[in-house]
Design a protein around this ligand. Structure first.
Ligand code: SF4
Length: 437
């Protein structure tokens, strides 16, 4: 029985192999092709049309030729300066080209060399990074610049292992800098190349899993050439960015369809298989704008906190639902964070924003000081900050929105008084009824 089953399986696979590779190489009958290929593709297969060294060479030639004609002109590709390449790669993590580009141009204008960046004040770097998110990257960027400046004489290492010893530099960034700047034969795997490689190989497993990562890195290693690695890696990334897009890849204009297992099986819209995203968690938070004599109360966020080393209004999670209890919670938590006792006032603005998997509804209240003393420590300094200084300090995106709001809507005693009597101001500055007080 087992022998018969195995024999049947063997002959059906043999038939599939000949049918697909010999009889229907570009079969127009897509459903049949899909069935045959799907059956043939294991969860960790590599395309048969990329198996031999001749096929790999043909693939590289087609890809690099295409890149020569279609590459987008991007400022970090103008030369092979490792500093500019590294800077752009750190910025492009979790960010689009359109978003990163103006930041890149501002940074290279302000810090033309890695020594300039190393010598810069961290607060200035964070301020210039504002809006790019993932602020740990900015702090690592500064630490890595210091290391290159002091330990490597301002010259980025050429090999992946030494690059990976720099703060914030992982295998991808190290491979990108080594290959783009020095042509070191190093593989890369980031969101675009991951998608292209998974489709080329017809990889149907989960790409974020350990097995998936191992397989895709190995595939990237097998394909990267010994010479011309920088141009090849750029071409692979570019193909993913402009042709082999996440949704509806433009296979009709792709230069490497002949090497693509997903295309040949009609599975390009089903590969790669992504892990299910965790459900967003809804959180309610409050920020409090405490004003006194043209100043606002700010605290610098401490080590390990979200937005570490950046400045912020007193801000915390709100657990109360009932307005009277919300008021008590504002008073208690502002005192706990700053030492200052407040009298809460109007609701200035509600901001909805996301941080990682959290969907945050942030209520921003005005308040005036009613007692207590500032409690400031070296880890989390607290201070009265002149409004004009807000423009120079690094704030989160929502912090900047609050700062812009109070700059445009100076405190109105009348409105505050009404708020204290049971009114609030909405985002447009209109006074509305509320039961907060
Ligand atoms: S053929 Fe289609 S799926 Fe395959 S690499 Fe090209 S664009 Fe991507």
């Amino acid at each position: 029985m087992t022998f018969r089953y195995n024999a049947e399986l063997f002959f059906s696979r043999l038939f599939a192999y000949f049918a697909v590779n010999r009889l229907f190489p570009l079969c127009a009958f897509a459903p049949l092709r899909k069935i045959i290929y799907t059956d043939r593709m294991a969860t960790d297969c590599i395309s048969r049309s990329l198996a031999t060294s001749q096929q790999k060479a043909a693939f590289r030639r087609r890809l690099v030729n295409w890149y020569g004609k279609h590459a987008r002109p991007l400022p970090w590709r103008e030369n092979r300066d490792a500093y500019r390449i590294w800077l752009s790669e750190v910025m492009l993590q979790q960010t689009t080209v359109a978003m990163a580009r103006p930041y890149f141009e501002r940074f290279v204008a302000a810090f033309p060399t890695v020594h300039d960046l190393a010598a810069a004040d961290e607060q200035l770097i964070l301020r210039m990074w504002e809006g790019l998110g993932y602020y740990r990257r900015a702090r690592s960027l500064h630490a890595a610049a210091k290391a290159v400046s002091s330990d490597h004489g301002g010259v980025f290492p050429r090999d992946v292992a030494s690059l990976m010893r720099l703060p914030g530099v992982g295998r991808y960034t190290a491979g990108a800098v080594a290959s783009f700047a020095y042509d070191t034969s190093a593989p890369i795997l980031e969101v675009n190349t991951l998608r292209v490689l998974a489709r080329l190989a017809g990889y149907r497993g989960e790409t974020a899993s350990t097995a998936g990562q191992r397989f895709l890195w190995r595939t990237a290693e097998e394909l990267v050439p010994a010479k011309g690695a920088g141009r090849f890696n750029y071409a692979l990334m570019e193909l993913g960015a402009v042709v082999c897009k996440p949704v509806q890849p433009q296979c009709e204009t792709c230069p490497v369809t002949a090497h693509c297992a997903a295309f040949q099986a009609g599975l390009q819209n089903e590969i790669p298989r992504l892990a299910a995203r965790p459900k967003p968690t809804a959180v309610r938070e409050a920020a409090v704008v405490v004003r006194r004599n043209g100043c606002v109360l700010l605290r610098q966020r401490g080590r390990g906190e979200r937005w570490e080393n950046m400045w912020d209004f007193p801000r915390f999670e709100l657990t109360s639902e009932v307005p009277l209890l919300v008021r008590d919670e504002l008073v208690a938590k502002v005192r706990q964070q700053t030492g200052v006792t407040i009298e809460p006032g109007a609701l200035l603005k509600t901001i909805k924003h996301g941080v990682t998997r959290f969907r945050i509804t942030l209520d921003c209240y005005e308040a005036r000081p009613a007692g207590g003393r500032i409690r400031s420590t070296a880890e989390t300094p607290v201070r009265w900050t002149p409004l004009a200084e807000l423009a120079k300090l690094p704030l989160s995106v929502s912090g900047r929105q609050i700062a812009n709001t109070i700059r445009l809507t100076p405190r109105r005693e009348g409105a505050m008084s009404k708020a204290r009597e049971g009114a609030r101001i909405d985002a447009n500055g209109e006074v509305q009824n509320t039961n907060l007080h």
